[in-house]
Design a protein around this ligand. Structure first.
Ligand SMILES: [Zn+2]
Length: 67
């Protein structure tokens, strides 16, 4: 069990110094890793963005959703 700080970094690695392997989704540099910024999501609906590079999924929901 490795504790993670608020940024998702392993506290053990931070406290001991040195390098460590990032989770794949954190080290991904694919240009489509982040979902589009100007994406219209109708109220009450969601959008699932999957990075073509690492496969990390991000679910976006409309800020005006009343769910
Ligand atoms: Zn990615």
């Amino acid at each position: 069990m490795i504790a993670l700080d608020e940024a998702g970094m392993p506290l053990l690695a931070v406290s001991t110094g040195g390098s460590f392997d990032l989770p794949r989704w954190q080290s991904c540099a694919h240009p489509e890793h982040e979902p589009p910024g100007l994406l219209y999501i109708p109220a009450g609906q969601g959008y699932r963005h999957v990075c073509p590079g690492c496969g990390a999924a991000r679910v976006l929901t409309s800020p005006s959703s009343t769910l």
